[in-house]
Ligand binder design. Structure first.
Ligand code: ADP
Ligand code: MG
Length: 362
């Protein structure tokens, strides 16, 4: 089911302060995709999700699910949450501790006047889907965090929603379980073949789970695209920095040919992608991600993106070395293969491929 959001605006007033939680959001979420809203805390993700679900009324705009307008300020339409055909999983699992698994999962079906047998069957099917087969009589309090999370997922799915929405559902799990669940969730959602809207502030979750990521900042969508596009060649310094680790160096564009440009910086000339076609003379930033910096053997200084520097702040973290390479007065953060023989304070050559560096507006 496709979702369209048009001109959605929501303002909160608290203690005399006005907060624009949603600032003219326009968005199309294609059917059967895993769509993620990614952004820092307070940027409006939950507000947007709650508006789609119908738990929150925006001030202005329109929300269309499939071909039904479910909310419109202008046309004065409000379809209540339970009639929107959506399932939702919250940050806190919001499962009821005094109920067993069966009652928790079957709850959304209770008001539908379904025969008891059918409810039983549907709950059993859904529990199987989330790999909690046979857990019906288990008290909710006797479940692990991961199991509670799956009960919440089952409850969101039991009424066979057209769209499922998640608000930071993994943030209460410990790191290891979060990693495992992230993987499971991706293949699980792909298998369901429904539209999923997923809210998170965790860039790795967003990259790992999504078909499409929309990055939010201060009530606005600042960029929308496939994970690799957003990672390898984002439109702004904000997105570059939010979606991954980023060395951002200022400079002036001195040469511009087709896809690439040369930017003159404090460490010298750097070549990178110039997808936004910034012209010669423009001040700009070049972004070099730590993982694309490699140790190089000196060919001759002056080769494309080959620099000499001093290794500083070197730490060994098992899977890699992390450190800063000091070139003139600029520090470039980098990760280096753990098998390299490298010492803090040593002079090294580094290089990075122009197609993995990108030039963005300063
Ligand atoms: P996120 O989910 O991205 O962390 P929210 O949508 O929860 O962000 O909040 C967006 C902004 O709106 C924040 O500045 C938050 O403080 C404010 N806000 C959210 N809900 C309310 C509310 N009920 N009353 C007043 N301000 C709110
Ligand atoms: Mg939130």
């Amino acid at each position: 089911m496709q979702i369209q959001i048009k001109g959605l605006t929501k303002t909160y007033q608290t203690e005399g302060k006005v907060v624009r939680a949603l600032n003219n959001i326009n968005l199309t979420i294609d059917a059967n995709t895993i769509f993620t809203l990614l952004g820092p805390s307070g940027c409006g993700k939950t507000t947007l999700l709650r508006a789609i679900v119908g738990l929150e009324n925006a001030d202005e705009g329109e929300i269309i699910i499939g071909d039904e307008i479910v909310w419109s300020s202008e046309k004065n339409i409000f379809i209540p949450p339970e009639k929107r055909g959506l399932g939702m999983v919250f940050q806190t699992y919001a499962i009821w501790p005094h109920m067993n698994v069966f009652d928790n999962v079957g709850y959304p079906l209770q008001n539908q006047n379904l025969p008891k047998e059918e409810i039983k069957q549907r709950v059993a099917e859904t529990l199987k889907l989330v790999q909690l087969e046979g857990f019906e009589n288990r008290p909710a309090t006797k479940l692990s965090g991961g199991q509670q999370q799956r009960v919440a997922l089952a409850r969101a799915l039991v009424a066979k929603p057209k769209v499922i929405l998640f608000d930071e559902p993994l943030s209460n799990l410990d790191a290891k379980l979060r990693e495992d669940t992230r993987k499971e969730l991706r293949s699980f959602l792909n298998g369901l073949g429904i539209t999923a809207i997923y809210v998170t502030h965790d860039r790795i979750e967003a990259l790992a789970l999504s078909d499409v990521i929309a990055v939010m900042r201060a009530g606005k969508i600042v960029e929308k695209g496939a994970p690799k596009k957003i990672y390898f060649n984002p439109d702004s310094a904000f997105v570059a920095d939010f979606i991954g680790r980023a060395n951002l160096i200022e400079g002036t564009i001195t040469e511009h040919d087709g896809e690439f440009a040369t930017i003159h910086t404090a460490i010298g000339d750097i070549r990178g992608l110039n997808s936004h076609h910034l012209p010669i003379g423009n001040n700009a930033l070049i972004c070099i991600r730590p993982e694309f910096i490699h140790l190089a053997h000196a060919q001759k200084e002056g080769d494309t993106n080959l620099f000499k520097g001093v290794m500083e702040n070197l730490v060994f973290i098992g899977e890699a070395y992390e450190g800063d390479i000091k070139i003139n007065d600029t520090l470039l953060t980098t990760t280096i293969e753990p098998t390299e023989d490298i010492q803090a304070g040593s002079e090294i050559f580094i290089s990075f491929a122009p197609q993995y560096c990108f030039i963005i507006e300063a």
